[in-house]
Structure formats: C-alpha cells, structure tokens
Design a protein around this ligand. Structure first.
Ligand code: CTP
Ligand code: MG
Length: 235
C-alpha cells in the first residue's frame, strides 16, 4: 500500500490562547508541526505527507518542513491551506495527496510527542484488516453526567468507554467518500474526528492500543504536561 499522511495544523488554538495558531507554538524549542514532521518522515518506506495550515503560513511551513526531510528519504512533503472546521481541513488534505496513495493516516499537529510506533501500529492494522483504525486508551477517571448548573446526576459506567487519539488510519477511498458525503456539516454537529465521519457514512471502525505520549495540547495546562513529558524523553 502507498502511504499518505495528512497532518492537520490549520486550527486557531482558541482554547490555548497563545496568540499564534497552536501548531506553531514551541515545545522544547521547536514548533508542534516540526515535532510531528520529524516523526512522520522517520517512518520506514516513505510516502506523501500533506501538511494543512492557515493560508498565511503555507510558504514558511513548506520551507521549514522540507528542511526536516533527510537527504535520500522516500518522503515527499506538500502544504495546503485549511478550512474553517477540522473536517474541512482533512478533506482538503486528502484531496491534495498523490493519486497513488491508498492508505491515509490523519494526524493532529496538536499531538507533538506521538511516537513513530503508533503510526506504524495504526498503519499495520489498516493493512491487516482493510478497515478504519483509531488509537484508543481506557478511561481511568470516574465519569459523572452533570447539568449546566454543575449538579451531578449520575455516575457513567466507564467500562465500555475509551479516549481516542490520532493518527487515525483509513483506506483512502473509505475516508474520501465519507468526507464527500458529509460536505459541510451543520453548525453544532461538526464531527471532532475522522472516525466519526466514516461512521456517519455507515463505515465500521476498529481500535488499537493508544499511547500516553500522543496527548493533545488543548489548554495551557497541557503545555506544562507536554514539556515535562519531553524532558523525561530526553533524560
Ligand atoms: N485543525 C485544522 N483545521 C481546523 C481546525 C482544527 O487543521 N479548522 C487541526 C488543529 O490544528 C489541530 C487538530 O485539528 O492540530 C485538532 O484540533 P483542536 O485541538 O481543536 O485545535 P484548534 O482548533 O487549533 O484549537 P481550538 O479548538 O482550541 O481553537
Ligand atoms: Mg478546534
């Protein structure tokens, strides 16, 4: 199978509130996009990486990413502008992949420490099953359903629940067809991941074991956590 990776980095990062788009925030002296690109271009066998960024960041990102591709690597990098919602950015990214790509991994730039092993695990399971595959971890906290006024109504059984991550892997046709079918989702019902897009189109999705290191940067507290994880990795 010919591998393609869509790295979505076109969000505004409103919950982080760093003043720059989240994917361009630095962690240990390098931007989140750089961390992700380094990992992706280390994957064996090569492929086509499309980075989806805010339009104004396109030229600089291409330059930066191209410098991270090792000489003689079988990875090719391209950059394309994103959309207003994440699912639009993914759709544009998939459309920009070479026609020969038939297995797609979609990854959030906001998960900068995701190890190469997770990309390999997800990709291998797509190849093995021909299905869509997402990384998932068991939920460890006790879960409660609460109302807007903060009153607790009930405890939710966590046994059948998992927290999901990226990269999420798909046979290209399944992902592209599902996104085409979704079109522009009505405001308020935007899917928050690609597995949801595939499921809305009737597709089935499997899970593999996720990774703690695939933690997503969402709020300022996550930045401190990721800094600590990075220091531990470097130690
Ligand atoms: N993303 C994107 N295009 C969008 C929205 C999100 O490419 N229109 C990307 C983000 O850059 C991020 C990933 O999707 O890598 C996950 O989204 P999220 O964590 O929500 O990031 P932001 O949308 O940037 O953050 P916020 O929702 O706080 O504004
Ligand atoms: Mg968002």
């Amino acid at each position: 199978a010919q591998l393609g990776v869509v790295l979505v980095a076109a969000g505004r990062g409103e919950r982080l509130g760093a003043g720059v788009p989240k994917a361009f925030v630095e962690l240990g002296g390098r931007t989140l996009v750089e961390h992700c690109v380094e990992t992706i271009v280390s994957l064996h066998g090569g492929g086509h990486l499309v980075i989806v960024v805010p339009e104004e960041a396109a030229a600089a990102t291409l330059e930066l990413a191209s410098r991270l591709v090792p000489a003689g690597s079988a990875w090719e990098v391209a950059v394309t502008p994103g959309g207003r919602e994440r699912h639009e950015s993914v759709r544009f990214g998939v459309a920009a992949l070479h026609e020969t790509v038939d297995l797609v991994l979609v990854h959030d730039a906001a998960r900068p420490l995701t190890p190469a092993a997770l990309f390999e695990r997800v990709g291998a399971e797509v190849r093995r099953t021909g299905a869509s595959v997402i990384p998932a971890l068991p939920v460890v906290d006790t879960l409660k359903r609460v109302s807007a006024d903060r009153v607790v109504h009930e405890t939710v059984d966590r046994a059948p629940l998992v927290a999901v991550q990226t990269p999420q892997g798909f046979p290209r046709e399944q992902l592209a067809a599902a996104h085409d079918r979704l079109g522009s989702a009505p405001a308020g019902s935007e899917p928050t991941d690609d597995a949801e897009v595939v499921q809305r189109a009737g597709g089935s999705v499997r899970t593999v074991e996720g990774e703690t290191l695939a933690h997503k940067l969402t709020t300022p507290g996550d930045l401190a956590l990721l800094e600590a994880l990075l220091q531990a990795l470097l130690a």
